[in-house]
Ligand binder design. Structure first.
Ligand SMILES: [Zn+2]
Ligand SMILES: [Zn+2]
Length: 256
């Protein structure tokens, strides 16, 4: 995860001959700097996968589409919309739900997610023998989403807000209702309940992502999941145990 929060999201996966991005919710320069800090750069990226069209996921799309010669895959429902932001709209490719895109060595399968966008997906990714689940911006745990996550050794999952912080916070009532609704965002509480279930079905590491900068803290999200896993009998961040981390936020101020 290069960075993730309710303000900007971008993930990088390298496997075999493939180097891909999931979402581009910051400027191309910011994403390039983040890639350079881990020894790669934008010019190596051979595909970009977009979960949905909200700005914290596509902020860098226009500049990125000028800088890299790759296809941009997006859910069918929002692909045409996303194409209007791109330098060369012909490189926008619509994803068909539950139908994997096979690159050189990675296979990326889009799974529909319950979220209030024109089209919204998470990804189940096959990297050799290993499966990676990538799911943020999810209002509730739909059956399809749970199937997509089941058996994924590595999981990136939303842990957006602490319900009490959100309810008592400064957001307008309508926005609170949107976030809490069935097509809004996943709470720490629901995320924490899910993790032991996933660990019982083969998941070995969890990255908590898309934390709200207003209605959550990394400590609260981490501790809620830690408690749930420990109570279910799992060792966490110990040898042979389950890995648990919180995704970094974008430390560069320049998100736009
Ligand atoms: Zn969203
Ligand atoms: Zn988002």
């Amino acid at each position: 995860m290069l960075f993730s929060s309710s303000k900007g999201n971008c993930a990088y996966i390298k496997y075999g001959r493939d180097e891909i991005l999931i979402d581009c919710g910051a400027s191309a320069r910011t994403i390039d700097l983040a890639l350079k800090s881990i020894g790669t750069s934008l010019c190596k990226i051979n595909a970009v996968f977009i979960t949905h069209e909200h700005s914290d996921h596509i902020r860098g799309l226009n500049a990125l589409s000028k800088h890299i010669n790759a296809k941009f895959y997006a859910p069918e429902g929002c692909c045409d919309y996303i194409a209007t932001y791109m330098h060369n709209s012909k490189r926008a490719v619509g994803l068909v739900s539950n139908t994997p895109i096979k690159l050189n060595d990675l296979a990326i399968c889009p799974i529909p997610t319950p979220h209030d966008a024109r089209g919204s997906v998470g990804f189940r990714i096959l990297a050799g023998e290993e499966r990676i689940g990538y799911f943020t911006d999810i209002g509730h745990l739909s059956e399809g989403l749970l199937r997509g996550l089941s058996g994924c050794e590595r999981v990136v999952i939303e842990s957006n807000h602490d319900i009490e912080m959100l309810k008592n916070g400064s957001y307008p009532y309508s926005l609170k209702q949107r976030i809490l609704g069935a097509t809004g965002h996943l709470s720490n509480e629901t995320c924490a309940k899910l993790l032991p279930h996933l660990a019982n079905h083969g998941s070995r590491s969890f990255m908590l992502a898309h934390l709200s900068e207003e209605n959550n803290t990394p400590e609260i999200a981490y501790n809620e999941c830690l408690c749930a896993l420990t109570e279910a009998g799992f060792k966490v961040n110990a040898e042979g145990g389950i890995g648990l981390k919180v995704a970094p936020v974008c430390e560069i101020a320049e998100l736009i």
